[in-house]
Design a protein around this ligand. Structure first.
Ligand code: CTP
Length: 395
């Protein structure tokens, strides 16, 4: 394997074990470039790290020689994976809150690479609500945080908090370095966000969809090697990397964009498509008439994109998935939509709380085989849960 990691060693009695990790990874063909925090240098020296890694060891944020050779931004992005081992409570608190006051925390904030934390600390620290909160935040942000081992600690206490064994660390790092291409060669078409139906040049009809769940699914699909076309209504989210983004506004434009992106192996209809559009949007701005009579607008039904693609005789994808956002009687409506829309799965969620626009979600997958409920989790984790099932169905 010809890959490299940026290894951040933070302060803790387990820091010396990272030296063995560098050696073991080197044997597996993985290069380690290392950052040592100030506290880590109480346990291991830059000299021993350099001797084992065969690379310069970085310690300072403001070091003119290092910045000239390799700036800290470049350092944070030069590897395939960032590993924090051992990860102290302090570095996780900084990273969870976006603090950047030394080289290690700055690299963690500047990186665009996956990050894996291997925590090691006293059992009471590990079980402290503040640490639990920070770990949950890091996981929500997309990082992997390994569970520490349980056992007798250097401080004499017993419980979870020990650095995982080197073999487990090495296996986790090697698996994070192996690109997942389970969906390579599969084209997945996905819609996300709201649609905007014009009333006149300055007004429109829309809904509260943020597009976050659809964008998270598109990212998770691309991370597994799928060729993804994301047809999106107006949202304020960055384009997911590795995804072909087609921006549209109205339901009719969404249907046309989807049809021209076919054929696809799967179609996932996450968009909150407006059910109606005003008949003949006015070409000029509508004016107040100043009377007391109610103003009325006439609406016409929009095309049902999911139904149209589900029922396509020539270009129906192998797997067609619809979403149902319901405020009540979730199961009843989901089962009904499975039939009326002609799709293979309905992924239903309860939007009576603050799901729309929020970052957490919980879904139920309805199919001919029955119902499966996801755990309550971040939209990124829900996306992974859904994409694992898509991968099983397509392969
Ligand atoms: N959908 C679509 N085109 C539409 C309306 C909905 O493709 N014009 C898709 C959505 O993307 C979603 C599914 O259909 O995957 C369910 O949408 P929803 O709006 O919940 O269903 P409706 O048929 O509009 O039913 P209702 O509003 O009565 O719940």
């Amino acid at each position: 394997m010809d890959r490299s990691i940026l290894l951040i060693i933070t302060g803790g009695i387990a820091a010396f074990k990272s030296l063995e990790l560098i050696r073991e990874l080197g044997r597996a063909g993985v290069r380690s470039r290392v950052i040592l925090t100030k506290a880590a240098q109480e346990f291991v020296t830059p000299l021993s790290v350099s001797a084992l890694s065969g690379e310069k060891c970085f310690t300072e944020l403001f070091n003119l020689n290092d910045e000239a050779e390799m700036g800290h931004i470049e350092l944070s992005r030069s590897a395939d994976l960032v590993v924090v081992c051992p990860a102290s409570a302090d570095i996780m608190a900084k990273a969870a809150n976006g603090l950047a006051n030394d080289l290690a925390s700055t690299a963690l904030l500047a990186t665009d690479k996956p990050v894996l934390y291997a925590p090691a600390m006293n059992v009471r620290m590990w079980q402290h609500p503040a640490v639990k909160r920070n770990v949950a935040q890091l996981r929500d942000d997309g990082a992997t945080v390994l569970e520490p081992d349980e056992g007798l600690m250097a401080c004499g206490e017993f419980g979870p908090g020990r650095l995982p064994e080197i073999e487990r660390l090495k296996a986790s790092i090697l698996s994070a370095l192996t690109p997942d291409d389970t969906l390579a060669g599969k084209h997945v078409l996905i819609t996300a966000g709201p649609t905007r139906e014009p009333i006149d040049p300055v007004r429109y009809l829309t809904n509260h969809s943020s597009g976050r769940q659809g964008y998270a699914i598109a990212s998770a699909l691309a991370a597994r090697g799928a060729d993804v076309t994301l047809v999106s209504g107006p949202v304020s989210l960055p384009a997911p990397s590795g995804v072909k983004l087609v921006k549209i506004e109205t339901a009719q434009e969404m249907l046309a964009a989807c049809q021209s992106a076919l054929p696809a192996d799967a179609f996932i209809s996450v968009a909150a498509v407006a059910d109606w559009r005003p008949v003949n949007a006015s070409e000029s701005k509508l004016k107040l008439k100043g009377g007391e009579d109610p103003v009325s607008l006439q609406f016409v039904e929009n095309p049902d994109i999911l139904k149209t693609i589900s029922n396509s005789e020539t270009q129906r994808p192998e797997l067609v998935i619809g979403f149902a956002a319901e405020t009540h009687e979730l199961e009843k409506y989901a089962q009904e939509k499975l039939k009326t829309k002609g799709c293979d799965w309905i992924i239903a969620n309860d939007v009576s709380g603050d799901v729309m626009g929020g970052d957490r979600n919980q879904v139920s997958l309805f199919s001919q085989q029955g119902v499966e409920r996801s755990p309550e989790a971040s939209k990124a984790q829900i996306a992974d849960w859904i994409v694992s099932r898509i991968a099983e169905a397509l392969i």
